[in-house]
Design a protein around this ligand. Structure first.
Ligand SMILES: N[C@@H](CCC(=O)N[C@@H](CS)C(=O)NCC(=O)O)C(=O)O
Length: 213
C-alpha cells in the first residue's frame, strides 16, 4: 500500500492508524507549498482534488481511497480484531461515524480557513468560537475520567482528534480545557503517534533533500 501524506496535516491520522495495525504502507510526501511529491509523481494525477490523505491499495486496480474518515475507517475495518472501530452496520458504528463526521466538519475543516488566514475579522471570530465550542464538547465527554474519546479503548476517532489539534495555528484558545489537553498528551505518548511524527519528519527531510539535489 502507498499512503500519501503532507506535513502536519490530517494524514497523520492515517499514519497513526496504520501504525496501530502494524502496517507499513510506503509513504509519499506531498509538499503543499511547492506542489511536488517525494517520488516525483504528479499529485493531481494521484488525487485530482489535490489533498491528502490518499491510500493506494495493493489490489489489481490499485484503487485509491481519499477522505480521512474513509481511509482510517477502511484500514481499521480490515482488522476488526484491533477494536479500533465498531463493526459496520451496528448502532454503535452509526454513533461512532456520527462522531467522526463531527470531527471532520466541526473541527478539522473549520481550522483550514483560519490557518490560511482567509477570513474577515468577523468570520475569524465566528469560526474560532465554533471551534472552542466543539473542543469544549470533547472536553465535556472526557470529564467522566475516560481515557479516550469513546471510552477506555483507543480508536480511529482518537487518531483524528490528535492529528487535527491545530488550535495554536488557528489562534483558538483552548488551553483551559484540561481534560482535553491531558487526553491529547495521552494519545501523543502512544508509540504509534510518536512513530507517525518521526516517519513524517523523515519523509519531509528526504523530499527536501531530493528537491535541493
Ligand atoms: N475532505 C478531506 C480534506 C482533506 C484535507 O483538507 N487535506 C489537507 C491537509 S489536512 C490538504 O491536503 N491540503 C492540501 C493543500 O493545502 O494544498 C478529508 O477529510 O480528508
Amino acid at each position: 500500500m502507498k499512503l500519501y501524506i503532507a506535513q502536519a496535516t490530517c494524514s497523520l491520522a492515517a499514519q497513526l492508524v496504520a501504525n496501530e495495525l502494524a502496517l507499513s504502507p510506503e509513504l509519499v510526501h506531498f509538499d503543499v507549498h511547492n506542489r511536488t511529491t517525494s517520488n516525483g509523481q504528479s499529485f493531481t494525477e494521484v488525487n485530482p482534488l489535490a489533498y491528502v490523505p490518499v491510500l493506494e491499495l495493493d489490489n489489481d486496480a490499485s484503487d485509491r481511497l481519499t477522505e480521512t474518515i474513509v481511509v482510517t475507517s477502511y484500514l481499521a475495518d480490515q482488522h476488526p480484531e484491533s477494536g479500533l472501530i465498531p463493526a459496520a452496520g451496528t448502532l454503535e458504528r452509526a454513533k461512532f461515524d456520527q462522531l467522526l463526521v463531527y470531527l471532520a466538519t466541526e473541527i478539522a475543516q473549520k481550522h483550514i480557513p483560519l490557518m490560511r488566514k482567509l477570513l474577515t475579522d468577523e468570520g475569524t471570530e465566528w469560526t474560532r468560537n465554533k471551534l472552542v465550542k466543539a473542543y469544549t464538547e470533547l472536553d465535556r465527554r472526557l470529564a467522566d475520567g475516560r481515557k479516550y474519546i469513546t471510552g477506555e479503548k483507543f480508536t480511529v476517532a482518537d487518531a483524528y482528534v490528535w492529528a487535527t489539534m491545530w488550535h495554536e495555528r488557528s489562534g483558538v484558545k483552548i488551553d483551559h480545557l484540561k481534560n482535553l489537553m491531558a487526553y491529547v498528551a495521552r494519545v501523543e505518548a502512544r508509540p504509534s503517534a510518536r512513530k507517525a511524527l518521526k516517519d513524517e519528519a523523515e519523509m519531509v527531510h528526504l523530499h527536501q533533500s531530493r528537491v535541493a539535489a
